[in-house]
Design a binder for this molecule. Structure first.
Ligand code: ADP
Length: 495
């Protein structure tokens, strides 16, 4: 089968979050299951800067946007370490910018236009290059228009007849909501601007558009697939998702163990695996402490956090607990993130006031993200909601015990270290339920006590996590099953 994955982010070319990791690694995993996959994404400045091997294709895309025609080009490359083709839509006015979606805390004003253009460019690229596509696999609101374009405009055109669309939702909180006049940019008839299709309380909603028009929808964990059918996690689209629940599936993201694996991780000062994790982690910790200027204190557990500084990730709980704990409890914290200015300020202040206990880097650094995963003893993810979460899965492989709130993908992947789960050999972390600083503190205390007073139990939790397999093998098979199901259904319906 031929799958075209359309995404606004693909690692290692462009990344703001887990979406990029998924779109960079799922296509390769599909290849291992004998599916032919291709990827299409914008040519951002980050691609140009990386100096990756791409070749310009001899096509010009002509894309109607509102009343004008916008031209774009195409570059072709390969996903690193594979022969998966990746096409980059080149349109410097839209994509040659410092960031992907926003700068200085403000979204680019023309985001709707940029991604309407990208969605239409995907369809035109298929047509111009005569790409054989059975399934166009869209991701998040940035490509939410594609299923509508396929259903309304392209479905009967030559080369598109048998095509089906799948939309994967990586985060319901980002919906691509724009003022109603942006409907003109889409080029679709106003009749689709109604509350059952593209409209959401007077605005154009591109995620809703994708949910309504795609042949099926997936999201990135079974638990999140359930939660988004209800408020507040559905973020207002719970009703639309309930309508489509027969076509809504949850598939956990896989980890790319060629990238996230302490046994081969070139970022680490010492590589390690389940056989020598104590030495490996101690060496990484010493190096990280030196790099960040954090005094080495081998008796205090090191707690790591890496992620977007957004409300979703539970930073308000972290801040409350840290303020209490930095005074006298013997743990150290290392934090890497960028995002909301209010959290930048708060973390900056904590680090300045408690340099013995807290090291903070407010930047995006792949290298530090790997180091922190390796050097920390525990990894904190007290998310308010979490569609899948990748960092807890990376933590497991790096022997770093996740402490998580049991929501979405965190609930599906982390088994709390209760006595019962420990006896069953399934415990791989610590979790808590209520979104509340007290509940987080209890889980943190349980973890710290286990670390300090039951080192053999701690080692068992570490090793259980390190041995687990969260690779793409299983999840890519689930995607393949859905692609097949959609194709069979399409053939049967004769549409
Ligand atoms: P989300 O997609 O909601 O941001 P995930 O846990 O699914 O959360 O994925 C986050 C990804 O982004 C991980 O690969 C994580 O390491 C990476 N990441 C987030 N913030 C940073 C940062 N400041 N520096 C480096 N990597 C980061």
């Amino acid at each position: 089968m031929n799958i075209l994955i359309a995404s606004s982010e693909v690692a290692p070319f462009s990344k703001t979050g887990g979406l990029a990791d998924v779109c960079g690694s799922l296509p390769i995993a599909l290849g291992k299951l004998a599916q032919r996959s291709m990827v299409i994404t914008p040519a951002y400045r980050s691609l140009m800067k990386a100096g990756l091997a791409t070749r310009p294709l001899n096509v010009q895309l002509e894309v109607p946007i509102g009343g004008k025609v916008v031209r774009g080009g195409l570059l072709e490359g390969r996903l690193p370490g594979s022969d998966v083709p990746i096409f980059f839509v080149d349109q410097p006015d839209y994509f040659d910018r410092r960031e992907l979606y926003r700068e200085n805390g403000e979204d680019y004003r023309d985001n709707c236009e940029r991604f309407v253009f990208f969605s239409r460019a995907v369809m035109e690229a298929i047509r111009e290059l005569e790409l054989p596509v059975d399934v166009v696999h869209c991701n998040d609101w940035q490509t939410g228009l594609i299923p509508a374009l396929l259903r309304i405009e392209y479905g009967h055109a030559h080369g598109f007849e048998g095509m089906v669309s799948l939309l994967t939702i990586h985060n319901m909180a980002y919906q691509g909501n724009f003022w109603h006049w942006d409907m003109l940019l889409t080029g679709l008839d106003w009749k689709y601007f109604n509350w059952r299709q593209m409209e959401f309380y007077g605005s154009l909603n591109l995620l809703k558009t994708g949910i309504v028009f795609s042949d099926a929808i997936t999201t990135v964990s079974p638990q999140y697939a359930e939660e988004i059918q209800h408020p507040p996690t559905g973020c207002g689209l719970e009703g639309v998702l309930q309508q489509r629940r027969a076509d809504l599936f949850g598939i956990i993201n896989g980890v790319d163990y060629d990238v996230w694996n302490p046994a081969i991780d070139s970022h680490l000062p010492l590589r390690y695996d389940v056989g020598n994790w104590r030495e490996g982690k101690a060496a990484c910790r010493a190096a990280l402490a030196a790099e960040l200027g954090l005094p080495l204190n081998e008796h205090a557990p090191l707690i790591g956090l890496v992620g977007r500084l957004a409300d979703q990730k539970g930073w308000d709980l972290v801040a409350t607990v840290m303020r209490r704990w930095v005074q006298d409890i013997g743990v150290q914290w290392v934090i890497l993130g960028t995002g909301e200015p209010v959290y930048h300020q708060l973390l900056h202040t904590l680090a300045k006031e408690h340099p013995q206990r807290v090291a903070v880097r407010l930047e995006f650094s792949d290298r530090l993200a790997h180091w922190i995963e390796a050097a920390s003893d525990a990894f904190l993810m007290p998310s308010r909601f979490e569609p899948c979460g990748l960092n807890q899965l990376y933590s497991l492989r790096y022997g770093t015990v996740p402490i998580v709130r049991a929501t979405g993908g965190l609930a599906d992947t982390i088994t709390d270290s209760t006595e019962e789960n420990l006896a069953a050999g399934t415990a791989n972390g610590f979790s808590f339920n209520a979104y509340d600083a007290g509940a987080l503190e209890d889980a943190l205390r349980r973890a710290c006590n286990t670390y300090a007073f039951r080192p053999d139990v701690w080692a068992r939790i570490v090793e259980t996590g390190m041995r687990q397999d969260w690779s793409w093998t299983h999840s890519a098979q689930q995607y393949t099953d859905i692609y097949h199901m959609l194709r069979t259904r399409k053939r049967a319906s004769g549409r």
